[in-house]
Structure formats: structure tokens, C-alpha cells
Design a binder for this molecule. Structure first.
Ligand code: GAP
Length: 449
């Protein structure tokens, strides 16, 4: 993880937030390449769940919602983690459930929990609500209290009726949304894995009650496929079913897609069968009927919900971790991000071999012709080796080099990031060749190793 963090800073993917003031704990800012990478992750998600299906519509609900939403959803009452504080020297705060899991994993189940840092005694656990609170309007009173949403899901449930009316959908159909969520996590950490402000990519998929189990299975397969098609190595992915004691208050069954992060297997996405909990709760609290009525048969029911809920930041981290590679080439160490080309922030770098003889002008013209077709970068600074290394570290899959031969016969060298193979082709063919490669299936070269 340290290497990923260092690369992110060195190459402008992700920075500590408010760094000039000493940084704000566990909050991060995305720089140029980080923005491009995360937006590619989100674009691939939209593509898979909306563009390539005809049973899903998009939504972008507000972050601030009516406070009664959180009464109905159960978050006001139950969105808590068990907080314990060290009563010894260090006074650190911990999640009791995390300490218990760690103790069990180390074969110390049943033993008294102590502070992992100073060994001090721990306080009795108390339920700590993770929702961030703020006030709407100029007066800070109980009636103006609102919350930053802790999940995007509730914005979908409260819009169920709108979508049913205007999108002309009937179950099985889904609503997809990407947006920020906020949780006052007790122990954030592991870089962008667990932060207090993060982005979710959530689907609420509404089905007839009898079909819920089948759709739960289908979505687990579908979501696993998405990660592997975008290059995550299958042996670093697993599905893990929640035990009864782990289930959220709304769920009858949940499976997590877990990735083998540097700190061990950890949740990437949860896929829950939420039953009719949410629609029934919101119907009861709002007085609106939230059900489906078949206009032909007159059949009516409250749809059940299957929820594939992913984190955009966590997915971005997993893709980076999976892509990170080091190798020795001709006696020199090379760091390379072997990202799926569709996720790579820049698809092609155009480089003049030398900064003279008309090569920079020719390279710029090639770059300007390419950038309308795909994200491209023109790079003329430093030795050619240094420029290749920079592009390897940001994961650019292809490099086009303009050299003296280009000036003679209009051909360029096309370099492949992973195989390091170089081929020669005419400038006029470059755009179409890169588009062909971008559309082709791809698997991680790390699989072979
Ligand atoms: N609506 C269901 C829900 O929010 P969750 O398992 O709490 O379920 C879903 O969150 C996903 O959101 C997680 O799998 C993870 O990818 C992401 N996520 C949750 N908390 C996060 C945090 N503190 N930092 C970064 N990502 C987080």
C-alpha cells in the first residue's frame, strides 16, 4: 500500500486533503490522473449497468434529504458502530467489532479485549451514530437539523414513485445512481479504502417478491463479471456470504465481493437482498403508496429490492493495486500500472524522439489529431526513457514515437506498455488501430506471471 500511496502522490493521482495545513485525517483530493481514472471507473459502471441494459434508469438525487428519510430508513436509530476508548495511556478510539474480529483471527476468541497500541483497558462499548449532522438555514435548532446522506440508496427509494410514473418501467427494473456519501467512521484508514467522504455506485433493483432470490444470484454473477472484465485477477476476488450476525437491519441475505487488498481480503462491494423493507418503511412514514400495480391483471405488490452497492474509491484502489507491477528491463527497474486500457487515464502518449529536426511539430500534429478520438498526451520533456517511464507509471497503454524515419516516410513507432513490443505503422492508421485495441477484450498480463 505504501508504494501505491507514493506513486499516487508522485504522479498526481491522489493527495492528502488540505495538505498545506497539515492535512485533514483520512480525506483525500484527486489530482488530474486520479480524476481521469476514477471517472473512467464510473463511466464503465454506467456503461455496464445502464447503457448495455434496457431495465435500468439513472438518477442523481440530492445529498441533503428530508430528515424523516433517516427515521424511516432506520439510520437514525440503527446506523451505529460499537465505539470503545482506551482507558490506558493512549486514549485511542476503536471499533469493538473490528478488535473482536482481529482477536478471533489470531486465535484469541473469548479473551478480554485490550488496546492494540498501548495494551490499556477498554471502556464499555457505546453505539456511535455514523451520520454527519448539519443545519439547514441560518438558525441552528432541532427543527433545522439535516444529515449528509450515509448512502445514496435512500435517494433512490424516495424517488421510486416518480420513476415508476415517468420512466414507464415495471419490475424487474432498477435505478442506478453515483454520488457522494458521508460517514463519521470511527477508524478510517488504508488510504482511500475507508474514508469519511466517499463515492458510491449503487443500484436498487426492484423485482416481484418471488423472483428476489434468483435476481440476487444474477446480480452477484453480473458484478463479479464486471470486475474481472475490467482486469481484476479472478484469484484476487471472492464472494463471501454474510453470517446472520453480520446482516444489516434491512437485509435478509448479503454477499460481499471481496478483493485481496494489501491488508488482506476486504469488501469491495455488497450485494444485498433488502426485501420490501425500504419501500414499506417509506410508505408507512410518508403516507404514500409505494407499490406496483399491474394495469392488466390488477395484481399489486410491494417490490423486493436487490442492491449491488459499490464504492467508486474502493474500486479505483483495487484497480490500482491489481495493476501495480515492478520489473527489471535491461538492467533497470520499471514501475508500471497495468491498467485495463479502458480505465487508463491517458490512452496514448505522443513523443518526439528528439526535440529538433521538426519532430516536435510533427508529434504535436499527431497528438492534436488523436486527442479528439481518445485521451492523449503530448510529452516532449526529458529523455525518451524518462518519458516512457512516466507514462508507464500512469498506466498509459500505448506510446507513439515520432523519429527521423517519420520525417522521411510518415510512419511512427507504436509501443505497447505491457509487452514493450514496438511496431511501425503509418500515421494515418494510428487512430483506427488504437480504437481497435481499446475495444478488444483484455486480461491482466500479471495473470501469466
Ligand atoms: N446502501 C448499502 C450500503 O451503503 P455498505 O456496505 O455500507 O452498503 C457499500 O457500502 C459500499 O460503499 C462498500 O462496499 C464500499 O465499497 C463503499 N464504502 C462504504 N463505506 C465506505 C467508506 N467509509 N469509505 C470508502 N468506501 C466506502
Amino acid at each position: 500500500m505504501d508504494k501505491i500511496v507514493a506513486l499516487c502522490k508522485r504522479r498526481g493521482f491522489i493527495f492528502q486533503s488540505s495538505e498545506i495545513y497539515g492535512g485533514l485525517a483520512s480525506t483525500y483530493d484527486y489530482g488530474h490522473y486520479g480524476v481521469l481514472l476514477k471517472s473512467n471507473v464510473k463511466a464503465q459502471w454506467w456503461r455496464a449497468v445502464v447503457q448495455e441494459r434496457d431495465d435500468m434508469v439513472a438518477l442523481d438525487a440530492a445529498i441533503l434529504m428530508h430528515p424523516r428519510t433517516w427515521e424511516a430508513s432506520g439510520h437514525l436509530e440503527g446506523f451505529t458502530d460499537p465505539l470503545v476508548q482506551c482507558l490506558g495511556d493512549c486514549k485511542r478510539r476503536w471499533r469493538e467489532d473490528h478488535l473482536r474480529e482481529a482477536a478471533e483471527a489470531e486465535g484469541r476468541a473469548g479473551e478480554e479485549l485490550r488496546c492494540p497500541v498501548c495494551g490499556g483497558e477498554l471502556s464499555e462499548p457505546r453505539n456511535f451514530n455514523l451520520m454527519f449532522e448539519t443545519h439547514m438555514g441560518p438558525v441552528q435548532e432541532e427543527g433545522s437539523r439535516v444529515f449528509l446522506r450515509p448512502e445514496t440508496a435512500q435517494g433512490i427509494f424516495v424517488n421510486f414513485k416518480n420513476v415508476l410514473q415517468f420512466a414507464r418501467k415495471r419490475p424487474p427494473f432498477g435505478i442506478a445512481q453515483v454520488g457522494k456519501a458521508f460517514r463519521n467512521e470511527i477508524t478510517p484508514g488504508n488510504f482511500i479504502f475507508r474514508t469519511r467522504e466517499f463515492e458510491q455506485m449503487e443500484i436498487e433493483f426492484f423485482v416481484a417478491p418471488a423472483e428476489a432470490r434468483e435476481w440476487h444470484e444474477r446480480w452477484m454473477e453480473e458484478r463479479m463479471r464486471w470486475y474481472t472484465e475490467l482486469g481484476l485477477r479472478p484469484d484476487h476476488l471472492q464472494l463471501r456470504e454474510h453470517g446472520a450476525d453480520e446482516l444489516s437491519h434491512y437485509s435478509s441475505a448479503t454477499s460481499d465481493i471481496e478483493y485481496l487488498f494489501p491488508m488482506g481480503w476486504s469488501e469491495l462491494e455488497g450485494i444485498a437482498n433488502r426485501g420490501d423493507f425500504d419501500l414499506s418503511q417509506h410508505a408507512q412514514h410518508s403516507g404514500e403508496k409505494l407499490e406496483y400495480v399491474d394495469s392488466g391483471s390488477g395484481e399489486r405488490y410491494v417490490p423486493h429490492v436487490i442492491e449491488p452497492s459499490a464504492g467508486a474509491d474502493r474500486a479505483t484502489l483495487a484497480f490500482m493495486v491489481d495493476a501495480y507491477d515492478e520489473e527489471e528491463v535491461e538492467g533497470r527497474q520499471r514501475v508500471v500500472l497495468r491498467l485495463h486500457p479502458r480505465l487508463a487515464p491517458v490512452k496514448v502518449a505522443v513523443l518526439p524522439l528528439v526535440n529538433k529536426d521538426g519532430q516536435p511539430e510533427r508529434a504535436r500534429a499527431v497528438y492534436e489529431a488523436l486527442r479528439g478520438r481518445m485521451p492523449a498526451e503530448y510529452d516532449a520533456g526529458g529523455s525518451i526513457g524518462k518519458r516512457y517511464r512516466r507514462q508507464d507509471e500512469i498506466g498509459t497503454p500505448w506510446g507513439v514515437t515520432i523519429d527521423h524515419q517519420t520525417m522521411e516516410n510518415g510512419t511512427v513507432t507504436l509501443r505497447d506498455r505491457d509487452s514493450l513490443e514496438q511496431s511501425r505503422l503509418a500515421i494515418a492508421e494510428v487512430g483506427a488501430e488504437l480504437e481497435r485495441r481499446l475495444a478488444a477484450p483484455w486480461s491482466s498480463p500479471k495473470l501469466a506471471g
